[in-house]
Design a protein around this ligand. Structure first.
Ligand SMILES: NC(=O)c1ccc[n+]([C@@H]2O[C@H](COP(=O)([O-])OP(=O)(O)OC[C@H]3O[C@@H](n4cnc5c(N)ncnc54)[C@H](OP(=O)(O)O)[C@@H]3O)[C@@H](O)[C@H]2O)c1
Length: 249
């Protein structure tokens, strides 16, 4: 049975990955901070899908938590899903520098270190994959959140190029708006966001796994967000930045 380690596996996109990968017969290693929620999630998955589920409570913004998950990745996983993430309520430069650094630690340092820890085992076995959850925001210069996700996209493409010869896949997953706990956790009022812009976490995961099997390096779920990303790449960068800052407001 292949083993999948998913960070941020108790809610939203990470929980959808856990359900889908369990249904596909993966052994799971679930990472998040809230221990009781992790245990409940693991029990539900074991009962429903009959797969082994390991829990690894860890705060990826803290050195101790991150290095424990890093060690688990070194022991060997077949699929790593670097999904844990959050956004900040305030806009740059109104947030405390500690909060900005915490976001970079979870979005960039954790993604870098867990990928580095998992890749050697995958390369030695000649199979394996890493999915790094970025965002459509990573294609637009609109916030420090978007800047951290731009790093995830660029890093994933570089890692994908380097791992290809060893039959290991690395892919950045770039969703648009997804109905999860993400915006509520940052106390963001999303009531003005049109309904057609929202995707379900299950759909995002389904498209991501299909794109991974096709060997894509970057996955942008849904036609509507593929159009948004392509249009953003065709227009002048300054104009796109101004428009995305206005939409962000
Ligand atoms: N929702 C969207 O519209 C959207 C769009 C594009 C990209 N994304 C990206 O998708 C990913 C998942 O977001 P989501 O929407 O599914 O969010 P979510 O519903 O809020 O779930 C976040 C998950 O991450 C865990 N987590 C948060 N901080 C953590 C930390 N420091 N250490 C370990 N685990 C942590 C949470 O569990 P605990 O609180 O127990 O730790 C939870 O399991 C993120 O990287 C986000 O940036 C989301």
């Amino acid at each position: 049975m292949p083993t999948a380690l998913i960070t941020g596996a108790t809610a939203g996109i990470g929980a959808a990955f856990a359900r889908r990968l369990a249904a596909d017969g993966h052994t799971l290693v679930l990472v998040a901070r809230d221990e009781s929620r992790l245990a409940e999630t693991a029990d539900r998955l074991k009962l429903r899908y009959g797969v082994p589920v390991e829990v690894l409570p860890a705060d990826l913004s803290a050195e101790e938590g991150l290095s424990r998950v890093e060690s688990r990745c070194r022991e060997g996983v077949d699929l790593l899903v670097n999904n844990a993430g959050f956004t900040l309520r305030g806009r740059f430069p109104d947030n405390a520098v500690e909060d900005e650094l915490r976001m970079l630690k979870v979005h960039c340092e954790a993604v870098l270190r867990l990928t580095l820890a998992a890749l050697p085992g995958m390369k030695a076995r000649g199979r394996g994959a890493v999915i790094n959850v970025a965002s459509v925001a990573g294609f637009f210069a609109s916030s420090s959140y978007g800047a951290s996700k731009a790093w995830v996209i660029n890093f994933s493409e570089s890692a994908a190029a380097g791992a290809r010869a060893d039959h290991v896949r690395v892919m950045a997953l770039c969703p648009g708006y997804v109905r999860t706990e993400f915006h509520q956790r940052a106390s963001m009022d999303m009531s003005g966001t049109p309904g057609f812009l929202w995707l379900s976490a299950d759909r995002v995961v389904g498209e991501a796994l299909r794109d991974l099997s096709l060997g894509k390096w970057v996955s942008v779920p849904s036609l509507r967000y593929k159009i948004v990303v392509s249009a953003g790449q065709l227009l002048p960068r300054r104009l796109v930045s101004r428009l995305s800052a206005r939409i962000g407001r």
